[in-house]
Ligand binder design. Sequence first.
Ligand SMILES: Cc1cc2nc3c(=O)[nH]c(=O)nc-3n(C[C@H](O)[C@H](O)[C@H](O)COP(=O)(O)OP(=O)(O)OC[C@H]3O[C@@H](n4cnc5c(N)ncnc54)[C@H](O)[C@@H]3O)c2cc1C
Length: 387
Amino acid sequence: MDFDLNEERRMLVDTLRKFVAKECPNEFAREIDESETFPHGLYKKMAELGFMSLPFPSKYGGLDGDIIDEVLIIEELSKASAAIGLTYFLSTCFGGKSIEFFGTEEQKLKYLPKLFAGEMLFSLALTEPGGGTDILGSLKTTAEKKDGCYIVNGQKTFITGAHVADYLITVVKTGSGNDEKKSGGFSVLMIDAKSPGVEIRRLKKLGIRATGTNEIFFTDAKAPVENLMGRENGGWSQIVNTLNNERVALAALSVGIGQAAFDYALNYAKEREAFGRPIGQFQTIQGYLAEAATELEMARLLTYKAAWLQSKGKHCAKETAMAKLAASEIGFQVALKGMRILGGYGYMMEYDMQRFFRDAELFLVTPISNEMAKNFIAMELGLPRSY
Ligand SMILES: Cc1cc2nc3c(=O)[nH]c(=O)nc-3n(C[C@H](O)[C@H](O)[C@H](O)COP(=O)(O)OP(=O)(O)OC[C@H]3O[C@@H](n4cnc5c(N)ncnc54)[C@H](O)[C@@H]3O)c2cc1C
């Protein structure tokens, strides 16, 4: 067993830290949050440094890295801003990994180089208003094949980055509904986000505001048949690979937010004085920080382990769900402790702790809710399916 990063990954982390210090100072993170502005310029700079191409095969212009590199990048970016971590994640995982996992050879050759160059943005349009947890039961968007196109009708909600995306990786119903399994009859289409019949409306939300979240209405929207990803009616078993990558990547994002909240609170505890001494001298405050540091280390180790298992192609449904569950709960709890340590200043918008707190809260419910993550873990432990 070796807990060290290899030389290449140490260099990656070093490069990331320098990049973040130069390009994503606190003022920038705060500014994009307040103005709810997608960081297009920064996205392009990340691409120039090879962050987009790193976790992809060189056959398509990638740098032959894997999900461990993806995790390290997301963690470091998210320490500066969860929205910046998510900006990287959206196109790399939802677009790039979906195309790599189950796109056609033509799609890989056509879209991956543009993604690596920072010229293309993707979103995943899966969730519908009827409910995200029972996703298979509530997915109603249909796609009917006609004259060389799929005609798409339906509604999606909570779709992050759709307002800036070039393509929406959209899960649709193409089967009759009488397929042998509940997960049959779904397909994945790449839909041009700017095409007629696609209406995107931005939603107001609590955190991670720079990467906006949207509802989408499809009214006779058209996707050419060559935009089908993988197999018709085999979409669910394919998209599951993207969703497994997503859980580990977003666990890393929660670790990044938690670490940022911890660093901020630790500095504050050293500087803020009460009763003539730094508040960090009080045992209660020390307890908060000692617990937070320990929990963050646990979350990081579980996240890295899940990433390592995925990188080896091993079965890791349990560890992936555990990493998502632990990292999101811990990221949020650390931010909550940070709010306590800052006292009244935690509640003030000019201090960053409220941003960490707002941002961390999201991952208790997404990409799957932690209640559902526990259902999955319980099943992996051999208990009966509860839903
Ligand atoms: C800001 C934001 C960004 C998002 N971005 C995207 C995106 O880019 N693409 C996308 O497709 N989706 C996205 N989502 C959707 C997200 O994945 C869903 O919100 C999530 O899956 C939960 O679905 P729901 O909100 O409909 O809750 P519901 O499914 O209605 O669940 C409500 C509550 O019931 C609980 N519950 C339901 N069933 C069970 C059960 N069997 N056992 C125990 N508890 C249960 C849930 O845990 C939850 O607490 C985003 C959501 C948000 C808020």
